[in-house]
Design a binder for this molecule. Sequence first.
Ligand code: GDP
Ligand code: CA
Length: 316
Amino acid sequence: MHIVVLAGGVGGARFLRGVTAAAPGARITAVINTGDDVTLHGLRICPDLDSVMYTLGDGIDEDRGWGRRDETWTVRAELAAYGAEPTWFGLGDRDVATHLVRTRMLDAGYPLSEVTAALADRWRPGVRLLPMSDQRVGTHVVVTDPATGRTRAIHFQEWWIRHRAALDAHRFVQVGVDDARPAPGVLEELAAADAVLLAPSNPVVSIGTVLGVPGIRDAVRAAGSRVVGVSPIVGGAAVRGMADRCLPVVGVEVSAEGVGRHYGARSAGGLLDAWLVHTGDAADVPGVDVRAVPLLMTDPEATTALARAALDAARA
Ligand code: GDP
Ligand code: CA
């Protein structure tokens, strides 16, 4: 069995942990959003790749959902003592080592996909971890600057972490996406998949960005297997995080039905064959096999059961 999962960070990482448990022995490929990547303090930061790598490699801080367990923050405090901006992004001491290795390899000319494979050599995530692209794509958010009243674009990380998504977003812009190509392996893995799963990741800035890389959406639509999506919206709200701040920006209702219709039926030019919504949520998505199952990834058993339901829907 060959499974390909499109994913962002925390929601994607937890779901992937379920998939590895539900399908032991399967070949699993994770295609990860890199639109959130940013360079800060001279270090190349790939939040979603690292969330997945640390989660599957058992190095994650489970409570935060990102960064390393048993982390210390001496470097951050020292940077702050210099007044080195930005101070709103936390990079722990253990995490800094990952970023030094990544940045040095990128500076030496290795593409991100090879750097990711080298980092994964240590973490052994049990899946093939692929960035969506080796080219840089930067998600930006167009906001009205409260200080000046002027419209400007800020990096997604600044909007998400510094402003906690509190500034109203006019739109999202994926800078560089038109010139990006799928990373080596992405299209081949999708073409060879027995199941394609859309993780319950942010539909706009995680899954939406991956699908925005020219060629990836078409490859998902052309996959020989079924395509199954999992709703990140439960009971009309994002389970964790602030995805509910992103959906209205692209005109999508914050509901399992809204996101399901946004992805759309494969038979009608969209992506989905099946759509998993939380027990008790209703969703009418024409042309799609909608199934209600528990979607809360609260513990390993529930997460594995969810992944099993997704794989069942892929087999139907
Ligand atoms: P990020 O890149 O770290 O923001 O993470 P993702 O894009 O992968 O995932 C964020 C999404 O995960 C949010 O929209 C949440 O609603 C969703 N999410 C988090 N935990 C759960 C869960 O237990 N169940 C479901 N169905 N969705 C979840
Ligand atoms: Ca992310």
